[in-house]
Design a protein around this ligand. Sequence first.
Ligand code: CA
Length: 228
Amino acid sequence: MKKVLVLEDEDNIRSFVVINLKRAGYDTLEASSGEEALEVVRRNPDIRVALLDVMLPGIDGFEVCRRLRADNAKIGIIMLTARTQEMDKVTGLMTGADDYVTKPFSPAELTARVDALYRRTGGEPVMDSGEIRQAPFLLNTRNRTLEKNGQRIKLTQVEYSVIKLFMENPGKALSRDEILEAVWGREYLGEVKIVDVNIRRLRLKVEDDPTNPAYITTVWGYGYKWGF
Ligand code: CA
């Protein structure tokens, strides 16, 4: 079964989300507090996607995201935010979320986002069993891991997809739209800003000095380049 966690403290919103996801073929697990959500994930390690409301009594959705991500790099995480401003702080996505949806959202939009993330977190059928080696980096496309100087760097599935795209196109300027389409898919309904947020997070992981990036360089007014 395709398991999705829905964390939302407002009963009517949670039911609305659950009904729509069930209709789309998902097996939903529900939680109304952050603490409960962490417990549900502990008991159901096969949950592939988690929808996390931000504003909650007790620990908030960002904290749940951070804790989930600390033990599980693979789970797909979508934040449900009340206002766009919450995400402008960027801190939300910096905690490790893959995507966010702003309330109020339509059932179609939400389902499309979950579908897209679910597909990505499942991994592609791997035909290539290769490695891409660009010192100091080594990308293993079979087990989807990245090493820098022999040290494993923990990546989310989305971050892995971005790095793979870069390493397959070394030295090539990639537009933000190109990155969005390659990683999030043509059907992605969100904003291109998600690319910048993921790049910012990736820089913290791969750069020697994230404030002065040497590997992921900015191509002003266009996008990014893997600087080899
Ligand atoms: Ca709430």
